[in-house]
Design a protein around this ligand. Structure first.
Ligand code: AMP
Length: 400
């Protein structure tokens, strides 16, 4: 079956058409600058043919029309009719406490996703608009599935998701830890169990999704028991531009000193902090590491803080699960930065973690980087969120 995976953002629509018989990407593309001037589509077929055009896309509806044209009529077309698409899987950022797994989309589900925009205004509303526009373009005959970034984390126990603030805020506003990157953590944890040659119900795994946004999850018996992102994807440890966890009193103190509003503070914590804020150089790990190598102290400090904070989360999740069988690194930095992996794993030499430095220098490939006698296996497992969405979609529409 061919499955279309759609990821609608506020001004973009990323998509992949995947043949689930062999899990190959038939085509992928991006509609960019939706609602802005210069909106355009870039599309690439699996055989290398490309199609690109500037098209007026005031809303997601025109973006889905452009996507349909690219797939079925452009110079890089890959199917002759939308009827060849068996199902469509949508990435949805927030499922609240309502969605603990992927589900088929009907009017009620779409409306619930819209309601949940309160919890993730920048993401859920575009996700909802994407679903509405997709239905308009492809009709109701092709089943659509919602795959939620938060769903995998819904198995967390209360002790992991309730914050230490008056309980009424949880009751009144559903303020709690939800986590994010769930599709990625689930995918690499399941893949890791396969590599360990065990059923997922038999293993404990710490999954480290370290990209521009970054989070770590404790996966016990195939279920998330704790995760570093919180009410929003700001919590945890430092990321490209996000602060991660911080003493809340530091924020109220700075806000008073500089007369900063809540919205401005949120902007500082989300867009001006992390690697960028500490280094003053860039939010991009490669730029920061290069500056560090050229002797920039703040850049070196930013790298060091990120690695140290990651190690602390990994350590705390090993404690939470009373041990671990494996540690997994994934996403842009996790898959490509051998120094980060070495520095993080050094903190676990005490429990018998040993890295094979030769294997550790392999980039972006699925590989075990621990030595044969390491007490805990360490892996690089490239994440593939699109394939994970397509797999859930296939399972729901075929009932398997
Ligand atoms: P992502 O958000 O998963 O796309 O990851 C983006 C981050 O991965 C950026 O900070 C990049 O600098 C980092 N990254 C990508 N490739 C490499 C590489 N070869 N070495 C180190 N960092 C990398």
């Amino acid at each position: 079956m061919k499955i279309l995976v759609a990821n609608a953002g506020s001004s973009s629509l990323k998509y992949q058409l995947i043949d689930m018989d062999n899990e190959q990407v038939i085509a992928k593309g991006l509609c960019d600058k939706i609602g802005l001037s210069g909106s355009n589509i870039s599309h690439k077929a699996g055989d290398g043919r490309t199609y690109a055009a500037e098209i007026d896309m005031p809303t997601h509806a025109e973006a889905f029309e452009a996507l349909m044209f690219a797939l079925t009529e452009s110079d890089a077309k890959v199917i002759s009719s939308p009827k060849e698409i068996g199902a469509i899987g949508h990435r949805v950022v927030h499922g609240g406490t309502f969605f603990n797994k992927s589900c088929l989309i009907d009017d009620a589900v779409a409306e619930k996703i819209n309601e949940l925009k309160e919890l993730a205004p920048l993401h859920n509303y575009p996700n909802y608009l994407g679903i509405v526009a997709c239905t308009k373009t492809f009709g109701k005959d092709i089943p659509q599935v919602a795959v939620f970034d938060t769903a995998f984390h819904q198995t967390m126990p209360e002790k992991a998701y309730i914050f230490g603030i008056p309980y009424e805020y949880f009751e009144k506003y559903a303020v709690r830890r939800y986590g994010a990157h769930g599709t990625s953590h689930k995918y690499v944890a399941e893949r890791c169990a396969e590599l360990l040659g065990k059923d997922k119900s038999e293993v404990k795994i710490v999954t480290c999704h370290i990209g521009n946004g970054a989070s770590i999850t404790a996966v016990d018996k195939g279920e998330c028991v704790d995760t570093s992102m919180g009410f929003t994807p700001l919590d945890g440890f430092i990321m490209g531009t996000r602060s991660g966890g911080i003493d809340p009193s530091a924020l109220t103190y700075i806000a008073e000193k500089e007369n900063i509003s809540a919205a401005e503070m949120s902007n500082i914590l989300n867009k001006k902090s992390g690697l960028l804020g500490i280094s003053g150089v860039s939010s991009d790990n490669r730029d920061v590491s290069a500056a560090a190598q050229n002797g920039n102290h703040r850049a070196a400090l930013a790298n060091e803080i990120q690695r140290y904070q990651i190690a602390k989360f990994v350590g705390s999740y090993i404690a939470a699960m009373n041990g671990t069988d494996a540690i997994v690194f994934t996403a842009g930095i996790g898959e490509n930065d051998p120094v980060l992996r070495t520095e993080v794993c050094k903190h676990f030499e005490y429990m018998g973690v040993k890295i094979d430095e030769e294997k550790n220098h392999i980039r972006g490939e699925e590989v075990e980087i621990s030595t044969p006698d390491s007490k805990v296996k360490v892996y690089i497992i490239p994440t593939n969120e699109e394939l994970a969405i397509a797999k859930d979609t296939l399972a729901l529409v075929t009932g398997k």
